[in-house]
Design a protein. Structure first.
Length: 119
């Protein structure tokens, strides 16, 4: 059974940095696309970044390009999201998710970690 566990959220001032981690277990993730999503209060969940696990190809939403970096550690089946130059509008619950290769559907989700950016 796939399990995704996020950590690393917290409270940070605008301009600061955080690194989120997503520990993945229960499957060989080499054929997966792993992603980060976020949901702010009163808003829909939105895509933040994704990485094709085996190819190390990355994707970002425009508003985080140049500030956020997604990466993965194959040896430990862990995905990261390094967030720099954080803005109050980045405040949200951040979720990691996994999509089996070729499906385009994120079928596995973590429980989320809160990121709060104060102005």
């Amino acid at each position: 059974q796939v399990q995704l566990v996020e950590s690393g959220g917290g409270l940070v001032q605008a301009g600061g940095s955080l690194r989120l981690s997503c520990a993945a277990s229960g499957r060989d993730f080499s054929g997966y696309t792993m992603g980060w999503f976020r949901q702010a209060p009163g808003k829909e969940r939105e895509f933040v970044a994704a990485i094709i696990w085996s190819a190390d190809i990355t994707y970002y939403r425009n508003s985080v390009k140049g500030r956020f970096t997604i990466s993965r550690d194959n040896a430990n089946d862990t995905m990261y999201l390094r967030m720099n130059s954080l803005k109050p509008e980045d405040t949200a619950v951040y979720f990691c998710a996994a999509a089996e290769g070729g499906t385009g559907t994120y079928g596995h989700w973590g429980q989320g970690t809160q990121v709060t950016v104060s102005s």
